[in-house]
Design a protein around this ligand. Structure first.
Ligand SMILES: Cc1ncc(COP(=O)(O)O)c(C=O)c1O
Length: 271
């Protein structure tokens, strides 16, 4: 179903929202019918290639590829929002992980090494539209802030060391595999969904959840688990819609201990 975007926040004029079409994730039919109807008017498709803002909604690779092909076919730009996925699954984000080249990309969070930095990039001909080369003016008080740039550079230097991402994924799996195999043995309706160094707590292991509508809105189990984890000495993100991240600071030893406490918390709430 293709729906017109509604403003979800006060202060966004309806006229702006009316310029936007909202499509369900991982839905090839909706994508095709939208492009058949509005193809010529669509300037750009924006998607988190690894939607991680509202659950971890891993898209089928075939859907992402179809999105790329459809944008190319209709002359629309493909914009990857990699604010969360950027630098967490590969140095060049989901674009590298899936082998799909977007036309534009945006990063936040990790790119600043914890300091406030956001960045966007695009193909050369698109970036040539930005001042001083082109007519699109972009500047800001904090743009290019030297301290933030130094932090970002230091961060990116660490991330670009050989084997960094292989090790991130190995350590993430060290944590998630133990918990998932325990949950499976016990027959719990529970799963840590994971990609790269990202994981998400799901109390539904019956299917791959690929859209927000498929998430069970009853967060009772999550609340109980969150509390049980606090009692075990572990503070997870306080919302069942938030993802978690494994960082370089999490050593094998820390992750082994964390997994054991997680399992203890899980057993307490599931039994
Ligand atoms: C997926 C995604 N895109 C964009 C943003 C906005 O990023 P920023 O606050 O750096 O503008 C966020 C913020 O958390 C986000 O999660």
């Amino acid at each position: 179903m293709v729906t017109f975007g509604n403003t979800s926040s006060a202060g966004v004029p309806e006229a702006f929202a009316n310029e936007t079409l909202v499509l369900p994730l991982n839905d090839s039919e909706a994508l095709q019918s939208c492009f058949e109807q509005f193809g010529k008017e669509i300037a750009c498709v924006i998607i988190e290639p690894i939607p991680a803002n509202n659950g971890l909604l891993l898209q089928e690779l075939s859907f992402l590829k179809e999105l790329r092909e459809t944008c190319t076919k209709f002359g629309a730009l493909l914009f990857f929002d990699e604010v969360i996925s950027g630098f967490r699954v590969a140095f060049s984000g989901a674009a590298e992980y899936y082998g799909i080249a977007p036309d534009l990309v945006t990063y936040g969070k990790i790119i600043g090494g914890g300091l406030p930095v956001g960045a966007y990039g695009a193909k050369k001909e698109i970036m040539a539209s930005v001042a001083p080369d082109g007519p699109v003016y972009q500047a800001g008080t904090l743009s290019g802030n030297p301290v933030a740039m130094a932090a970002g550079l230091a961060q990116l230097t660490e991330l670009s060391k050989p084997g960094f991402y292989e090790d991130q994924e190995r350590r993430t799996k060290l944590f998630t595999d133990q918990i998932n195999s325990h949950a499976k043995t016990k027959g719990y309706a529970f799963e840590l969904v994971t990609i790269g160094s990202i994981f998400w707590i799901s109390f539904d292991n019956s299917k791959h959840i690929r859209s927000a509508e498929e998430i069970n809105p009853d967060m009772t189990n999550f609340k109980h688990l969150h509390l049980a984890l606090l009692e075990e000495g572990f503070y997870m993100g306080p919302s069942g819609y938030e993802v978690g991240f494994i960082s370089q600071a999490h050593t094998d030893e820390i992750l082994e201990t964390a997994a054991q406490h997680f399992i203890a918390a899980l057993d307490r709430i599931m039994n």
